[in-house]
Design a protein around this ligand. Sequence first.
Ligand SMILES: [Zn+2]
Length: 141
Amino acid sequence: MTDACGACQGTWPREDHFITDLGSSKVYLHDDQFFPGWTVVVFQRHATELFQLAPTERFQLIEEVSRVAKTLAEIYQAKKINYELLGNQLPHIHWHLIPRLANDPAPLEPVWRVPHSPLLLTGATLHEAITRLACPLRMAR
Ligand SMILES: [Zn+2]
C-alpha cells in the first residue's frame, strides 16, 4: 500500500461501483458505460508490474481476469473482449475489460481513441448493471 495510490487508498474505482471480490482482485463497473459492461479488475495489493508478482499470484490473477472476461462475453454477447493493462495514470495493477459488441461505433479502435461523452449510470440503472455481473461471478467461485 502506498499513500499516493488511489487504488490502495480506496478513492478509485468508486466504491458504489463495486461488483465482487474474487480473492486476489476486486471487480468494479467502470464509471463510463458508453461501452456497455466496461469493467475494471483491481489487484488486491500494491504492485505495478505483472513481473513483480509471485507466479502463484500471477496465475490466480489471470484466472480471475479470465473468469470476468468470460462472464462479460456471455452476458453482453460480446464479439470480442478487450484486455487493457496500462497503469500510466494509476500505477497499480488493474485491468480494463471491455466487451466490444456487434454495434460497436469503432470496432477497430481501442476504446481510448473513440471520442464520446462518458455515460454515467446512477440509481436503479447502476444497481441493475452491477447485479447482472455480480450474480454469475459469485456463482462461478
Ligand atoms: Zn496501490
